[in-house]
Design a protein around this ligand. Structure first.
Ligand code: CP
Length: 311
């Protein structure tokens, strides 16, 4: 089986069969990661550059670890401390790196569409590790793997995505993936943080009442308030936000069932999510991070065109 795409630029471009193949391959790699020797030779002699123009902890580290577990050679580039500060363009930077015989590019950029632009100008396979407020496809894939581990297939599952939907690439990738795979999606948060284009015709239900979303869902994926992307006042204060839209222990205790709590990280503790929820048995936040390595191994392996996942 092969992916229908040369790059992973977004979930929007994927066929449900691609999603299924990535998740099945990630499960195989997760088994590899439980072994005493967690390394396979699948991407030996493949060179991958991790090109980060924006800050990251989880995504950058888990891509690097995934590459090492696959025996790839890796180079890490971050724009700070590079010749980007001297005015070098994205395309010049990448072409210079590729001239050193690099096969694949993992890229995070604050500009929406940066990896799509690059894909039209370079021969290497590109994995989008987050572009502006557009997509973060590997986050949605690891979220999907984490849900299936707890609840089985995605079809028919009810997922609430709660918080700053407007500025979240995680939200958009999750919406594309979950609706493609037959899950039901509700987005919830303040009206100022939910884009107007998200309607029933987009395949999601919208509510401004977080309790209503929690009462309905099996899983709540709680998103960070992205203050760094907000250039105007979109809610009164962080304390008010927590009171009206934050996920608290007392709110969860008022529900008739125990739901699963997810968050892509980094968490604003005490704002969108209280610590006693983030650190509770209902939370699978660290499972999400663990699954990130297997999912990224699967994506890199499948895009490389190599065979024998467990070699
Ligand atoms: N979830 C996520 O993308 O986290 P980082 O920004 O730390 O990579």
């Amino acid at each position: 089986m092969q992916l229908s795409t040369k790059h992973l630029l977004g979930i929007r471009d994927l066929h449900p069969k691609d999603v299924q193949l990535i998740l099945e391959t990630a499960k195989q790699f997760k088994e590899v990661l439980q072994r005493p020797i967690k390394k396979v030779p699948s991407l030996r002699d493949v060179t991958i550059v991790n090109l980060f123009y924006e800050n990251s902890t989880r995504t950058r580290i888990s891509f690097e670890l995934a590459e090492k577990r696959l025996s790839a050679d890796t180079i890490n580039f971050s724009s700070s401390g590079s010749s980007v500060s001297k005015g070098e363009t994205l395309l010049d930077t990448v072409n210079n790196i590729l001239s050193m015989k690099v096969d694949m590019v993992v890229m995070r950029h604050s500009a929406t569409g940066a990896p799509h632009f690059l894909s039209q100008h370079i021969p290497a396979a590109i994995v989008n590790a987050g572009d502006g407020i557009n997509e973060h496809p590997t986050q949605a894939l690891l979220d999907a793997l984490s849900i299936t581990e707890k609840l089985g297939e995605l079809k028919g599952k009810k997922v609430a995505i709660i918080g700053d939907i407007m500025h979240s690439r995680v939200a958009l990738s999750n919406i594309y993936l979950l609706t493609k795979m037959g899950a039901e999606v509700t987005v919830a948060g303040p009206p100022t943080l939910i884009p107007k284009y998200l309607t029933d015709s987009f395949g999601v239900h919208v509510t401004y009442n977080v309790k209503e979303a929690l009462d309905w869902c099996d899983v709540a994926n709680v998103l960070r308030i992205q203050l760094e992307r907000q250039n105007q006042v979109l809610f009164s204060s962080l304390r008010e936000y927590n009171r009206a839209y934050g996920i608290t222990k007392s709110l969860l205790s008022s529900l008739s069932k125990e739901i699963i709590i997810m968050h892509p990280g980094p968490i604003n503790r005490g704002v969108e999510l209280d610590s006693d929820v983030a650190d509770s048995g209902q939370s699978i936040i660290l499972d999400q991070v663990e699954n990130g390595v297997a999912v990224r191994m699967a994506v890199l392996y499948l895009l490389s065109g190599r065979r024998e996942a467990n070699a």
